[in-house]
Design a protein around this ligand. Sequence first.
Ligand code: NAD
Length: 516
Amino acid sequence: AERAASGAPFSLVSEASALLSNLGVASARYTGGTLKARSPITGETIATVVEVGEAEARRAIDEAHAAFLKWRLVPAPKRGELVRLLGDELRAHKQALGRLVSIEVGKSLSEGLGEVQEMIDICDYAVGLSRQLYGLTIATERSEHRMMETWHPLGVTGIISAFNFPVAVWSWNAALALVCGNAIVWKPSEKTPLTALATEALFDRALARFKQEGGTAPDGLSAVLIAGRSVGQLLVGHPKVPLVSATGSTAMGRAVGPRLAQRFARAILELGGNNAAIVTPTADLELTLRGVAFAAMGTAGQRCTTLRRLFVHESVYDSLVPRLKQAYTSVTVGNPLEAGNLVGPLIDQAAFAAMQTALGAAKEAGASVLGGERIGVGAMDEAYYVRPALVEIAEQAGPVMQETFAPILYVMRYSDFDAVLDLHNAVPQGLSSSIFTNDLREAEAFLSARGSDCGIANVNIGPSGAEIGGAFGGEKETGGGRESGSDAWKAYMRRATNTINYGRTLPLAQGVKFDV
Ligand code: NAD
């Protein structure tokens, strides 16, 4: 392992606690507890967070259910007002929360701030949505009848989130669930308790302002359960939670999905991806280079939408790939709080080990591997910085078929467009995808029924970095859930079909006669 240590070790303990206090989190919540909060930037423990037990979690779910029974009666645009105030708090505290995200997850400051911006965007979207929760009026076959559909609040929405978007995922679900009239109970990743506490504090401020301004909000409307997997399981099994939105690995979805199905609860599953891009002969290589570099190396490869497979046409392979390799060798890896460092650390030792295992398997399969080695930053043994890896491999097999949550880009050469479409879709996951081309036929084919089988398919943009206006999610082992924009809100409500007879006779549907 390369140990080109740059600078002396440093500590983020006091900065993390200053940010938490600035964001309104009581120090009793993150000192003397049993859950160690770590910063991957230094590898040190930055706080010890108090966890909730199962009894407390059950109580929070019961309270949320009682809150739901009241909140569903508050008119939706008034519920939107609470989300508007949450957006205001997020705007006011964007710098502090964004920095805390960077400290707790190790993303660059610009990405930490971007994550908070995404929370603000979804609040704005949900405020508008609070006046647009509409149903259809449908033609009926009976005279003097009207048929329509109504959307009603559903109940307690359980939210389980992954470490890599520790607060944005909560906001996608929370903002929509709240305007839809639901109460929310959140089990954040055990790797990111501090940003969860900070988000809870900002929500509480918004709630206090909402009440000051005359709004009615029941106690227990939102709960945050800092705890391990067992409390996640409790949430998934609880009969008073009709919907669980769970973001994380496919392994987690395999455990959670069947348990929800068994009790006929709804699931929004947002699981792993193995995202690809195809670079065709007509691609703008300058734009492709930038799109690929950000999508594959950004966030140290720890986005569900990270680019992991690249298919390059043989006619442009030798123009693009050497330049890409140059970008891999020169990209700045280091403390993500310092401007200029584009790639921060992996989340922990396990992520580093998984990366090395995948690279080992690729080498065994005859691949040529550039990068992937550990880099010393600030001489800290518990921090895992790596140079992103570019792996030229002949066949899509072995490690290429799996999601390794680290910056590994598998590069493959192709010659035939139809064959590469088949290869593109031949992995178990189906989250995001891209084509780089200026050929209209190829672009449209990629977006068509015979093209990409993913929930997200882009042209001349990398697969990562979605906007909140569109529905977000993917197919196959990615779980099938959709969150955020478009009509994703419908998953958080129940639909009733209503038929109203305003006449004096009782015609039956399908012409049935039943005269008593
Ligand atoms: P993870 O699966 O280890 O954990 C995710 C969450 O699930 C955590 O809160 C964890 O406590 C909880 N959990 C795990 N097992 C559970 C169970 N049996 N019952 C209830 N809860 C359980 O994932 P991670 O390492 O935190 O995140 C990385 C993964 O998340 C990657 O696979 C990534 O692709 C995926 N991800 C997907 C999306 C998406 O929108 N599709 C977004 C972000 C991350």
